[in-house]
Write a protein of this length. Structure first.
Length: 320
């Protein structure tokens, strides 16, 4: 619920209470009237003096309206939509859903221009910090305005920026995730909640007993939408242990279910914790990830626990 909605509902509630208070001279008279009405008394006007029945029912009506508005405002979904590669609105998808209707809001974080026109050409610290500052401000605003409502998330942006956004949502619940299917439907789909549905498992491909105990840096390689090759990891080979987690056949939109997302996230961080116990001198975890946006956000949410995992650095794979 945003501040305008809160103010509007508070105004109606105040008006309802005001009419109730004016229905009779004092609160005792009002209470007597309420009891009399509940008990179908016909001598209401004789019980107390100067009771305004119209004010009374108008006050009750406004209070009921307040309760209904408050209920529906909590059902409304507010979707955080992070755009870095292109401007992609989720509003048309919601308007096609008859069960959802207009019961949603969209908070957009759009840094397409600064990313494509400035940062990609310069790879400079100044434009990067501008993007990070925008993400921090607007994710915190999203978090604060959705304390009492349902939250949704979607995004088409570089994974390091999505992970950074997730760090400001630690311990915050995202009720629904929406992913854009750019191959088949060219439209959004919501991650379903189905416990017994089959989906590809995220497998650990590296033997942990073969890790080099002398290396104090770690690379976690996650291949879900694309296979990350050894050639793309050459910069890490000399100084880092490389841990690979991947599905058997990576493809776009692999993640379709909430249980699948949770299982992948738990698998990633269980692996990190297991390695951290074996190599307790690890200084940095480098994250190289080819996945959907929902996984990147959840990684960011879990990565802020400095008491259990070392510092984490996310990398963007450059295909050029």
């Amino acid at each position: 619920m945003n501040l305008k909605e809160q103010s509007f509902i508070a105004t109606i509630l105040t008006a309802g209470i005001g009419f109730l208070s004016q229905a009779s001279g004092n609160w005792q008279d009002t209470l007597v009237k309420i009891v009399a009405i509940i008990n179908n008394r016909n001598d209401i006007n004789e019980l107390v003096e100067d009771f305004n029945l119209y004010y009374f029912f108008l006050g009750i009506f406004l209070i009921i309206v307040t309760v209904i508005l408050n209920f529906y405002s909590k059902r409304k979904v507010c979707v955080l939509n992070i755009n870095g590669y292109m401007r992609q609105r989720i509003e048309p998808y919601f308007k096609m859903k008859k069960d959802i209707r207009n019961d949603f809001r969209e908070r957009k974080i759009n840094f397409v221009n600064i990313y494509k026109k400035i940062f990609c050409n310069r790879l400079d610290k100044e434009s990067c910090e501008c993007i990070l500052e925008q993400i921090e401000d607007q994710v915190n605003a999203f978090k604060n305005e959705t304390i009492e409502g349902k939250r949704g998330y979607t995004g088409i942006a570089p994974i390091p920026f999505i992970m950074y956004a997730g760090t400001f949502l630690e311990r915050e619940e995202i009720d629904d995730y929406y992913e854009f299917d750019k191959i088949d439907t060219k439209n959004y789909y919501k991650l379903e909640h189905k416990k017994n549905k089959k989906y590809p498992k995220l497998n650990l491909r590296t033997k942990l007993e073969d890790l080099d105990m002398n290396k104090d840096n770690l690379v976690i390689v996650i291949s879900i939408t694309r296979n990350i090759t050894d050639i793309q990891l050459r910069q890490f080979e000399e100084k880092c242990n490389i841990i690979k987690l991947e599905v058997d056949k990576p493809y776009d939109n692999t993640i379709r279910y909430k249980e699948q997302l949770n299982e992948y996230i738990n698998s990633i961080f269980d692996t990190i914790e297991e390695i951290s116990q074996k190599l307790n001198h690890i200084k940095t975890i480098n994250m190289v990830c080819s996945s959907q946006s929902c996984l990147a956000l959840e990684i960011g949410k879990r990565s802020v626990d400095s008491t259990r995992i070392p510092e984490m650095i996310s990398y963007q794979i450059n295909k050029r």
